[in-house]
Design a protein around this ligand. Structure first.
Ligand SMILES: [Ca+2]
Ligand SMILES: [Ca+2]
Length: 227
């Protein structure tokens, strides 16, 4: 009997193991608004020749509607490694997860024309609830062929979840998108991660309404540990 645990210790241990509530990603409910640190407002003048049509969200300078996320989500992309389909000719890839997204040329990462992607390695598989993107809000413009994907495969050859795709004519060859184009704003654009588990987030673009070039400012990924 000496080597056996007293019964009260067994009960106490069992209580700790089985009764202590653990926040699991599966149980997480979106209960609070996502709080983003927004860049400053800038005066951009009166835009001319704005893209219009049924496939473009109307231009608005109001904040985007509150987006609910589970308590405890964090931006797990901050400071994480970024790769891309082509090296930038202005700025560094590390600036896409450096937290800076002011409407300054110094905060813009620019790549040549064509369909190109940038990809964040979150370092481990997490449950993603929201992704916030700022491509380039230095100017009033819409980016073309915005396609946002998540996967646990760094090559994006399998187990891919497409979060957003507004390439309605499939000019980027990633599949026909049904989402609308939208204007780049300092408020960023929030995409629903729906709690999908992923380690890599990849974003494609194919120029904008102003330029054939591709430009990125910041990717934020709000997630819980997937344990
Ligand atoms: Ca940045
Ligand atoms: Ca297109």
């Amino acid at each position: 009997m000496q080597n056996e645990w007293p019964i009260f210790l067994l009960i106490a241990t069992a209580a700790v193991v089985f009764v202590t509530p653990r926040v699991r990603a599966e149980d997480a409910k979106p209960t609070e608004p996502l709080v983003l640190r927004l860049p400053a407002a800038t005066l951009k003048g009166t835009p001319e020749d704005l893209p219009t049509g049924t496939n473009v969200e109307p231009l608005s300078d109001s904040p985007r509607p509150a987006f609910p996320v589970p308590k405890g989500v964090k931006n797990v992309a901050a400071g994480k490694k970024v790769t891309s389909s082509v090296n930038p000719f202005a700025g560094e890839l590390s600036q896409i997860t450096d937290g800076k997204k002011e409407a300054f040329d110094d905060d813009a990462v620019e790549m040549k024309k064509g369909t190109h992607w940038v990809q964040v390695d979150l370092g481990e598989t997490v449950a993603v609830y929201a992704i916030a993107l700022w491509h380039d809000h230095r100017y009033i413009q819409v980016m073309h062929d915005v396609v946002l994907m998540m996967s646990d495969d760094p090559e994006f050859k399998s187990r891919v979840t497409t979060v957003f795709n507004n390439d309605t004519d499939n000019s980027s060859g990633l599949g026909v998108g049904t989402d609308r184009e939208y204007f780049e704003m300092r408020f960023g654009k929030i995409f629903d991660g729906k709690g999908v588990k992923a380690r890599y987030v990849r974003g494609y673009t194919r120029g904008s309404s102003l330029s054939a070039l591709n430009c990125w400012q910041e990717i934020e990924v709000y997630a819980l540990l997937a344990k």
